[in-house]
Design a protein around this ligand. Sequence first.
Ligand code: 13P
Length: 359
Amino acid sequence: MEVDRHKMNTQKLIATAGALVANDKGLLAMDESTSTCNKRFAAAGIPQTVEARRAWRELIITTPGLSQSISGAILYDETIRQKKKDGTPFVKVLADAGIIAGIKVDIGAKALAAHPGEKITEGLDDLRERLAEYSQTGALFAKWRAVITVGDGLPSRGCIDANAQVLARYAALCQEAGLVPVVEPEVLMEGSHPLARCAELTEEVLRSVFTQLYAQRVTLEGMILKPNMVLPGLGCPTQDSVNVVADATVTCLRRAVPAAVPGIAFLSGGQTGELASARLNAMNARFRSGLPWAVAFSFARAIQQPAMEIWRGNQADAAAAQQAIRHRAMCNQAARRGEYTAAMENPPANREPQAKSAA
Ligand code: 13P
């Protein structure tokens, strides 16, 4: 009986993980904590209220045609309980559209004791109970983000291993509850380090994460990895080309991510929408046929940001904002196929007339 239940649960996890990366679709992260969402709203001149956050999330999930390129949406605790203006729960809106609901379950990165400048992500307390509740609400997957800061003498071994272990304990609890864990160890872009430093650290972090996932008996076939791309620091004088980034990222992942993992869904980390699409595209165009896992996306800013700047809280601009969300989602789906081109960003109707641009 127990064995059967375990087997059925594993089959469900594998099916969900597979569905999250099927048909060249990807994930839409819309799980900003209240403080992160408020920060982005403040920058765009949007009031930082529960209603504005609700309206923004309603706008996102009611984007016409969203499910053609988005398989799953990651919600936040506040959002998963919210409803459309007409009273329809968000979770039902997503289910009706054929989009799988996910939930961020960490409660944020806090200072790691005895490690100045480093963070540990918290949220394991009561996680089993919270996962049961989210599962009842309709979530089929979860997310937990760990952050690794790059700097002088950073990161420390202690920070890498502590975050890896917590990610693995979270992932095991998710699988016990029937939710696919999205495991997100993020090496941050802040810093002036070169790409090679990010490559070395990302590999070290991923190796630690997979050692811990093994130790905690996580079923690799029933999870999704959400890593950073291998990039030079934002302040590095050498900003490498799209192809160099794609090669370094794939090399790193090939070394550190077991073939049993069904999908890798990158975070965007502050890259522009166009760059994130171009880099994802280069990975798929150059390597897709030789990779054991799907190379997909789980972007927040790289999908939402241009739309938020159009919307700025004005309902009159909602349709244009939805168009921008749909556009970024479609570009990323094309990037999964290795078919994204810069021309997709500049459809003929929007182009400057020839004579004017030549002047
Ligand atoms: P970005 O794509 O904006 O990095 O967000 C992804 C995410 O979900 C961070 O946890």
